[in-house]
Design a protein around this ligand. Structure first.
Ligand code: UD1
Length: 359
C-alpha cells in the first residue's frame, strides 16, 4: 500500500518515528513535513535522533495565524495528494498540520487515518480541541490510544473504523528510554542530580500570552526551593523577552531539547510541571509526579492515583504548593498499553479494503 504521512510539529515526529519504522517494512510511505516547526531544535534534531527518513516534501510553511498557517498547508497538501495518489493519508494528534492534512484528503476522497483519535479536553478555546474534533469526523480509520478515547468517539456517533490499539508515544518511550540513558549527557552538562530537580515546559497560549500568568509561574519556580530545568519553547522565550521578565536564579533555562535529552531530564526529575499534553503522558509513563498548568486535560487517565494534578489558575501560591507538597502516587496501571501500538496499527491497516474506507 502507499501512504502519505503528514507531520509538522515536535510530538508528531516522535509518533511518526514509531509507526514509520514498522510501516516501511512492507509499504511505501511518502513523508510530508509542513514546516510548522522549523528551528533545528524543534525539528531536525528529532529526525536525526529518531532515524526518521528525510521528508519527501518539506512545505516550509512556518508560523502564522491559524487561518494562514492551516490554509497554506491545505493548498500545498492537496497538490501533493493529487500528484502522489496514495491509498490512504496518515495524520497524528491535533495540530494545525493534522487538520490541514485530513481536510485535503477527505475532499479528494482519500481515506484518512487518524493516529491518536478520540482525545477530548471538552474545551473549544484550545485550537487543538477544534483540530481533534474535525479530524476525527473526517477520518475513516481512527486509532485510539485509550478506551476513554473510544467512548468519546462513540458519544459523538463515531463507531465505524474505530480501533483501540494502544499509544504510540508509549512505544517511543519504551524504545528510547535505554538509548537516552546511554547517550544523553544532559544531567552532567546541566549539573543536575537525579530526583533533585523539577523539569518544566510551558508553551500554551493560555499561559504564555499573559504577562501576569508568566510572572506568577516564574515566581513559583523561584520560590519552590528546587532547581528547575526549563527547556524553553521559542514562543515562550519571545514573550519572556517582550514582558521583560527576570528568570529566577534557581531556574536553568535551556534551548528546546532533543528527544533523548528530554526523556533523560524527565525520567530523572523529582517532579514535572507542564502545560503540554504529551509531557503529561510521558510523566505518567516514566512514573514521575506531574503538575499540569491547565484547567483540563485530554489525558484524564494521568489523574488516576494522583500521578498528575491540574492547577486551574496561574497562582504563585498554588503552583508553589503543588511543587513542594509531598506526593506519593499510590498505584500505576499500564493504561496507555504496554507498547506494540505501531504494530497494531500497521496490522489493522493491512486488513482494510481501500473501498470501504472513504469517509
Ligand atoms: C504546536 C501545536 C500544539 C503542540 C505544539 C508542540 C497547533 C495549533 N499547536 O504548538 O498542539 O502541543 O505544537 O510543540 O498546531 N516557533 C519558532 N520556531 C519553531 C516553531 C515555532 O520560533 O520551530 C514560534 C513562532 O513564534 C510561532 C510560535 O512558536 O509563532 C508557535 O508555533 P506554532 O507551530 O504555531 O504552535 P506551537 O505553540 O508550537
Amino acid at each position: 500500500m502507499k501512504f502519505v504521512t503528514i507531520v509538522g510539529a515536535r510530538p508528531q515526529f516522535i509518533k511518526c518515528a514509531a509507526v514509520s519504522r514498522v510501516l516501511r517494512k512492507k509499504h511505501t510511505e511518502i513523508l510530508v513535513h509542513t514546516g510548522q516547526h522549523y528551528d533545528y531544535g524543534m525539528s531536525e534534531v528529532f529526525f536525526k535522533e529518531l532515524d526518521i527518513p528525510t521528508p519527501d516534501y518539506n512545505l516550509g510553511i512556518g508560523s502564522g495565524s491559524h487561518g494562514h498557517q492551516t490554509g497554506a498547508m491545505l493548498a500545498a497538501i492537496e497538490d501533493i495528494l493529487i500528484h502522489e495518489e496514495p491509498d490512504m493519508l496518515l495524520v497524528y494528534g491535533d495540530t494545525n498540520s493534522t487538520v490541514a492534512g485530513a481536510l485535503a484528503a477527505a475532499k479528494l476522497h482519500i481515506p484518512v487515518v487518524h493516529v491518536e483519535a478520540g482525545l477530548r479536553s471538552f474545551d473549544r478555546r484550545m485550537p487543538e480541541e477544534i483540530n481533534r474534533v474535525i479530524t476525527d469526523h473526517l477520518s475513516g480509520i481512527l486509532f485510539c490510544p485509550t478506551l476513554t478515547a473510544v467512548r468519546n468517539l462513540k458519544s459523538e456517533g463515531i463507531v465505524d473504523g474505530v480501533y483501540h490499539v494502544g499509544d504510540v508515544m508509549t512505544d517511543a518511550v519504551l524504545f528510547n528510554r535505554q538509548r537516552a540513558e546511554k547517550q544523553s549527557r544532559i544531567l552532567d552538562e546541566a549539573g543536575l542530580l537525579p530526583k533533585n530537580y523539577v523539569t518544566a515546559t510551558i508553551h500554551r497560549p493560555s499561559n504564555t500570552d499573559s504577562a501576569d500568568n508568566m510572572r506568577a509561574i516564574l515566581a513559583a519556580f523561584g520560590s519552590c526551593g528546587k532547581t528547575v530545568v526549563f527547556p524553553i519553547h521559542p514562543r515562550t522565550r519571545k514573550y519572556l523577552h517582550e514582558y521583560n521578565l527576570t528568570v529566577p536564579e534557581s531556574v536553568i533555562l535551556t534551548d528546546p531539547l532533543g528527544y533523548l535529552d528530554m526523556l533523560q531530564v524527565m525520567a530523572n526529575a523529582e517532579r514535572i510541571i507542564t502545560d503540554s499534553g504529551g509531557i503529561q503522558k510521558e510523566a505518567y509513563l516514566l512514573r514521575v509526579p506531574c503538575v499540569t498548568l491547565r484547567e483540563n486535560t485530554e489525558w484524564i487517565e494521568t489523574l488516576d492515583g494522583g500521578w498528575n494534578i491540574l492547577i486551574h489558575s496561574a497562582s504563585t501560591s498554588e503552583i508553589t504548593k503543588a511543587l513542594t507538597e509531598p506526593r506519593h502516587p499510590d498505584s500505576w496501571i499500564p493504561v496507555f498499553g504496554e507498547g506494540g501500538g505501531a504494530e497494531n496499527i500497521v496490522e489493522c491497516l493491512e486488513k482494510q479494503e481501500k473501498t470501504s474506507l472513504s469517509a
